[in-house]
Write a protein that binds this ligand. Structure first.
Ligand SMILES: [Zn+2]
Ligand SMILES: [Zn+2]
Length: 211
């Protein structure tokens, strides 16, 4: 398995491509604001994106998923609780002062407990509401090793905003405590923005999770 994370778009959203190198099958996480970059990387490596999954429906994460799907032919998935937010893409674009990408019909839903597979890749879906109602994290599993992709739920030393509609700080902290902190201290965490961290470092030092 190979996991590549790289920032895309004006808000430097961390996009991740995870691939099973044997079969060449891949899952793209939050690639909608990096259509060219994601497509170029897939082509360069000879990987095929089976699934285009999203931690939530903010424009920097979901962006122009319709065009990404045209390039990759992957299935685009989102948690249903974020579908109303996805419909506000045009409004989100005006906040950023960018052109609005089209809202497209997605191919399916992500739900807590779902297991996504592409080749030997395995992603467990964890519903972690709080930043948005439909925010999810992904546990990328290979053998005994797990990497957590936490979107805008958990950052290194911080947590995502909870004031963007319909959620509270208690929601996001509860999601982190019940869905993410049960993982071992050594578990790497790749957040939706900024540097990587581990569950142990966040458990010990993240001010939102202490006390
Ligand atoms: Zn967000
Ligand atoms: Zn974001």
């Amino acid at each position: 398995m190979r996991v590549e994370t790289f920032p895309v778009g004006p808000l430097a959203c961390n996009c991740t491509i995870a691939a099973d190198e044997k079969s060449g099958e891949a899952i793209v996480v939050d690639g909608g604001d990096g259509v060219e970059e994601v497509s170029a990387r897939l082509k360069r490596r000879g990987w095929h994106a089976r699934l285009l999954v999203h931690t939530h429906a903010h424009i920097d994460h979901v962006g122009d998923v319709g065009r990404l799907r045209e390039f990759t032919h992957g299935k685009a998935l989102l948690h249903p609780a974020d579908l109303p937010l996805y419909q506000t893409l045009a409004l989100q674009a005006t906040w950023l002062g960018v052109e609005a990408p089209p809202v497209v019909a997605l191919d399916g839903e992500l739900h807590d407990g779902d297991v996504l597979r592409a080749g030997a890749l395995r992603f467990d879906v964890l519903h972690t509401p709080g930043h948005t109602p439909g925010s999810v994290s992904f546990a990328v599993r290979e053998g005994d090793a797990t990497t957590l992709l936490t979107g805008d739920t958990l950052f290194a030393g911080s947590i995502g905003r909870w004031d963007l509609g319909g959620t509270s700080m208690e929601d996001i902290v509860r999601s982190i405590q019940t869905k993410l902190l049960p993982y071992d201290d050594a578990t790497p965490v790749v957040p939706g923005h900024g540097p990587a961290t581990t569950i142990g470092v966040e458990r010990r030092t993240n001010p939102y999770l202490l006390g």
